[in-house]
Design a protein around this ligand. Structure first.
Ligand SMILES: [Ca+2]
Ligand SMILES: [Ca+2]
Length: 109
């Protein structure tokens, strides 16, 4: 699923999708802005990001949600995974998220 398929939209107005039914690969390119909420993300689903930006992508938690953010020279790619962690779990990068969940989240291309 192309997370940039809604084009460069108002970053304050997210759109929502659902990963519940099947194993999804969510592709997010840094060149196009997006603000997407993914519900029911789980084991088997993947977020595909570019290796070029691996060191600048921020991963953090907000309650039980996780926010994945990439600011590419002002083009914001934001993904929120809802209800995926326990509040208080230390989520500060991609590796700590995968460690907390116990499964692979990211594919780097
Ligand atoms: Ca799924
Ligand atoms: Ca994007």
């Amino acid at each position: 699923m192309d997370l940039d398929s809604h084009g460069t939209i108002d970053p304050d107005t997210p759109w929502t999708t659902d990963a519940d039914n099947g194993d999804y690969v969510f592709v997010d390119t840094a060149a196009l802005g997006n603000n997407v909420i993914i519900n029911n993300f789980g084991n088997g689903d993947r977020i595909e990001l570019e290796t070029t930006f691996q060191n600048q992508i921020s991963v953090s938690s907000d309650g039980s949600d996780v926010v994945i953010l990439n600011n590419n020279a002002g083009t914001i790619s934001e993904i929120t995974l809802t209800g995926i962690v326990d509040p208080g779990q230390a989520i500060y990068d991609a590796a700590s998220l995968e460690s907390a969940l116990g499964y692979t989240v990211f594919t780097w291309v």
